[in-house]
Design a protein around this ligand. Structure first.
Ligand code: SF4
Length: 332
C-alpha cells in the first residue's frame, strides 16, 4: 500500500499537490471564455480574487477550442490562483496551453477522448519540456471505447487510468496527478482506493456530476470523507450544479470534518424556529460570504434567540444572538 505521504509532490503553479502538503481545494469556472472582452476578463479576475479569499487554491477552466486556450493563456498571467486548462478531444489545444507564452499551471486530459498514444506522447514531451504537470482525469461517463461496455464502473475507471499510467511510464513522465471520478459514490471510492494502493501519483478526488447543491453536497461528503479518512486524496473538487463558491464552501466543510489544520472558519448557526426573535437566515445570507473569507481557525455562532444563543456563543470565538432589531455580540 502506498502511503499518502509517499505520493509524488506535484507543483501546480506554486500549490503543491501530494506528499506532506496540505490538501488543496479547487473548483471550476462555469461559463465559456470565447467572446469575452477585457471587461469580461476583469470580472472573472475579480471573482477569482473572491474565490481565493474564500479558500480556493486552484481554478480550472474548460478550453474547448484554440481561441479559448488563447484567452485562458492571457488570463492565467493575471490570475490570483493557479490556472488549470481542461482539455477534451483535441491534443493540439493541450499543446497550445503548454506553449512558451502560456501562464497555465497544469493541463487536464481525459484518456477517454484524447485519442491515440502518439497524441498523448506529444503532450507529455511538451509538458516535460516546460515542467508543467498533467492531470489524467478519468471519468466514468467518458471512458475509452474499449471499456465502455464494462459493467463494473470502478474496474473500468481503474483500467482506463492504468492504460494511461503505462504510457506515462513509458515516457518516464511522473509530473502527474490522476483522478478517477464517477457520479456513483461507491464506484468512485473503490476505484480511488485501488489506484492509491498501487501508484505514487497524487489523487484529485471528488464525486462528479453529483447533482444540485443539497444532494451534490451529500454525495461528495460521503465519498470524499470516506477517501480522506483512509488517507486517499491530495486535492479536492466538490462538483455541484451550483456556483463555484458553493463548491469551495462545501469542500472547506468536508476538509474540516476530516481534521484539516487549515485556517477555515467554522460557522455554527441555528435552523430558526417559532421562538426566533431574529431572522438568522436573512442575517446569514448577508454575512455568510464575508464570514467565509476569515482565514483563521475560529468558530462563529449565529443564533436566533436566547434559548440556545448564549450557551452556543460561550463555546464560540464570536457569538451573535439576535433579539428583535438588535444583535448581541459575544466574544469568547
Ligand atoms: Fe429556535 Fe432559538 Fe434554537 Fe434558533 S436558537 S432554533 S430560534 S430555539
Amino acid at each position: 500500500m502506498v502511503k499518502i505521504t509517499d505520493t509524488y509532490e506535484i507543483n501546480t503553479g506554486g500549490v503543491i499537490i501530494g506528499g506532506n502538503s496540505d490538501i488543496s481545494l479547487q473548483t471550476m469556472w462555469k461559463s465559456p471564455l470565447t467572446g469575452l472582452d477585457s471587461s469580461g476578463i476583469d470580472n472573472i479576475l475579480k471573482e477569482l480574487e473572491e474565490l481565493k479569499a474564500a479558500g480556493c487554491d486552484i481554478i480550472r477552466f474548460a478550453a474547448p477550442d484554440l481561441r479559448s486556450a488563447e484567452i485562458l493563456s492571457n488570463l492565467a498571467h493575471k490570475s490570483p490562483l493557479p490556472v488549470v486548462a481542461d482539455i477534451h478531444f483535441d491534443y493540439k489545444i493541450a499543446l497550445r496551453c503548454l506553449a512558451d507564452d502560456s501562464g497555465i499551471a497544469k493541463v487536464r486530459i481525459n484518456p477517454g477522448n484524447i485519442g491515440a498514444e502518439w497524441k498523448v506522447e506529444e503532450v507529455l514531451k511538451r509538458a516535460a519540456d516546460k515542467n508543467i504537470p498533467i492531470r489524467v482525469g478519468v471519468n466514468g461517463g467518458s471512458l475509452p471505447a474499449e471499456l465502455k461496455n464494462e459493467k463494473n464502473i470502478a474496474n473500468a475507471m481503474l483500467k482506463a487510468a492504468e492504460m494511461e499510467v503505462e504510457i506515462f511510464e513509458k515516457y518516464s513522465f511522473k509530473n502527474a496527478v490522476f483522478s478517477l471520478k464517477s457520479s456513483d459514490v461507491d464506484s468512485t471510492v473503490e476505484a480511488n482506493r485501488e489506484f492509491s494502493s498501487r501508484y505514487k501519483y497524487p489523487l484529485h478526488i471528488g464525486v462528479t456530476e453529483a447533482g444540485p447543491l443539497i444532494p451534490g453536497v451529500v454525495k461528495n461528503t460521503a465519498g470524499v470523507l470516506a477517501m480522506l479518512n483512509e488517507g486517499i486524496g491530495s486535492t479536492v473538487r466538490v462538483s455541484l450544479s451550483s456556483p463555484p463558491i458553493d463548491e469551495i464552501e462545501a469542500g472547506k466543510a468536508i476538509l474540516k470534518l476530516c481534521g484539516s489544520k487549515k485556517n477555515y472558519v467554522n460557522i455554527v448557526s441555528c435552523p430558526r424556529c417559532g421562538r426566533a426573535t431574529f431572522d438568522v437566515h436573512a442575517f446569514l445570507s448577508k454575512i455568510n460570504k464575508k464570514l467565509n473569507t476569515i482565514q483563521k481557525p475560529v468558530t462563529a455562532a449565529v443564533m436566533g434567540c436566547i434559548v440556545n444563543g448564549p450557551d452556543e456563543a460561550k463555546h464560540a470565538d464570536i457569538g451573535i444572538t439576535g433579539s428583535g432589531n438588535s444583535v448581541v455580540i459575544f466574544e469568547r
